[in-house]
Design a binder for this molecule. Structure first.
Ligand code: AMP
Ligand code: MG
Length: 493
């Protein structure tokens, strides 16, 4: 086979131009046998990346870090973070290397990062590597988010390294190629604040305003506006997670972006049956990051960010604290407003009245008690909007309460003029039929561990059009059978 050209990136690396203490320059450590597992050609096109798919070997060599493409300035970012509530003053990219930034076809600057590309000065005791399972999980869930229309980092590629990594057991190594609006986190601010480096905090704040919130530059107090904007994006994001039954799993401050994208799909999962206290992550013994706790944790993380920004908010410390408290209060209000708006849509409401919150809570109570599948029940509620209740009611272990709730819902619908068909169509556009169900993700990973990527490929196809019920993917719409249930998702980092 004739050798194709290496992938070409039009890099322009703004983070690398920040002061030295923001990162460590480090090259990826080459791997033995890079093999392309999956390449996101559509995303590559959006990023203006020229890649020769007819030569996957050369493509894999670059995406695994064996060949550093021209124009890249590889680096590991410095950051700190609260992990499960405990502050760690230095974390940093211990196994991720930022190759550089490109400006996409819509003019947005995007990071291209290799996760699992080898040790960095921030690796501590880690090996700098990633295992195949977690890489595929991150690939699957990031692209599922994109198809659902939720903000998240994206997957450009997954590459096997041909090497082993040692976790709870021996696993195959892999590199995940991640694309992000940026990798700046709450923890990045904490890194400088913890060192009393106010100049660093200011430089970083100016950087993220430029990159993510340029409209704030002309505000009277751009730093307060920044804090408010990050809080609003995170509040809206978490409301959207709850709307699709998503549990992030590790909402540490180092896993919360400033851009408002979901990042770090580790031990994350979507709910099957509705349970507000559901936890998947095996490392979350206390249920800190349970489904229902996510908005409160989001606010807690924003409080940590506000502590970092205090010196920039006001020269008078009391006034700065007051301003930050205002932001935290608005976080709660924004979350609540977004949450109600999302669940109103999920219930097919076109108008809004004060009591809608109660109607939502009542439905969630009935779902919980009836052990109903969250995704399927909302999807089948659209059928009920057209007068067919059976499939909805079949989601519940006992129907009585669901029947009662349907009556209260119908009474509420009388205030509206839309036809059943109109309502059902609107509901199907917001209530997915297909989500990345945990047992399907696990199935895809288990097969891939035996060298069979067909389950992964088919799952990716099923997730492409989550709001459509395609008969060929009917088996991806149903909840797990008892023997298929996955109760814990291991971090597997
Ligand atoms: P994560 O759980 O992926 O959010 O990572 C938390 C912190 O641990 C980050 O600083 C990572 O860079 C670091 N880390 C996780 N896994 C590894 C690894 N295998 N080698 C080195 N550092 C790691
Ligand atoms: Mg992380």
């Amino acid at each position: 086979m004739a050798q194709g050209v290496l992938p070409v990136f039009q890099f322009d690396n703004s983070y690398a131009r920040l002061p030295d203490r923001f990162f460590a320059s480090v090259y990826p450590e080459p791997v033995d046998g890079p093999k392309l597992l999956k390449f996101n050609a559509a995303l590559a096109a959006e990023l203006g990346v020229e890649a020769d798919l007819s030569d996957p070997t050369r493509l894999a060599a670059t995406l695994a870090g064996n060949v550093v493409p021209q124009g890249a300035v590889p680096l590991a970012m410095a950051y700190a973070g609260h992990q499960f509530g405990n502050f760690v003053p230095q974390l940093g990219d211990g196994r991720a290397i930022l190759l550089g930034e490109v400006v996409d076809s819509k003019g947005r600057r995007r990071d291209i990062q290799l996760k699992g590309a080898g040790p960095t000065p921030f690796s501590r005791r880690g090996d700098g590597r990633a295992a195949l399972g977690p890489v595929l999980r991150e690939y699957i869930v990031s692209e599922a988010f994109a198809a659902l229309g939720l903000p998240a980092t994206r997957a450009l590629a997954a590459v096997a390294t041909g090497e082993q990594v040692y976790r709870e057991r021996v696993e195959q190594g892999a590199v995940f190629v991640r694309v992000a609006a940026s990798h700046v986190r709450v923890g990045t601010f904490q890194f400088f604040a913890a060192r009393g480096d106010n100049e660093g905090v200011r430089t970083l704040a100016d950087y993220v305003i430029d990159r993510h919130y340029p409209e704030l530059k002309t505000k009277e107090n751009p730093y307060l506006a920044l804090l408010d904007a990050v809080a609003a994006r995170q509040a809206a994001l978490i409301a959207r997670w709850l709307g699709v039954g998503f549990i992030h799993g590790v909402m540490n401050t180092d896993n919360m972006t400033i851009s408002g994208e979901t990042i770090d799909f580790g031990p994350c999962a979507f709910l099957d049956e509705y349970d507000p206290m559901k936890v998947f992550s095996s490392i979350d013994q206390q249920g800190r990051y349970a489904y229902r706790n996510q908005p409160g944790i989001g606010q807690w993380n924003i409080a940590r960010l506000s502590e970092c920004l205090l010196p920039l908010l006001d020269a008078d410390e009391d006034k700065a604290v007051d301003a930050a408290n205002g932001v935290l209060k608005r976080f709660g209000e924004t979350f609540q407003a977004e949450w109600v708006a999302i669940f109103r849509q999920k219930m097919g409401l076109f108008s809004s009245i004060d009591k809608d919150g109660d109607l939502i809570q009542a439905l969630l109570g009935v779902l919980h008690e009836g052990q109903a599948d969250f995704t399927l029940a909302f999807r089948r509620l659209a059928d009920a909007a057209e007068g067919r209740d059976e499939a909805f009611l079949a989601c519940f272990s006992a129907r009585e309460k669901a029947v009662e709730w349907l009556a209260s819902w119908r009474a509420r619908l009388e205030a509206e003029t839309q036809s059943g068909a109109e309502r059902a169509a609107a509901m199907r556009a917001v209530n997915p039929a297909v989500i990345a169900r945990n047992h399907r993700v696990e199935e895809a990973i288990a097969a891939a561990n035996y060298g069979d990527l067909s389950f992964f490929e088919r799952l990716m196809q099923a997730l492409e059009k989550p709001y459509e019920e395609r008969p060929e993917f009917a088996d991806y719409m149903t909840p797990p059978k008892p023997e298929e249930r996955v109760t814990r998702t291991f971090c597997g980092t």
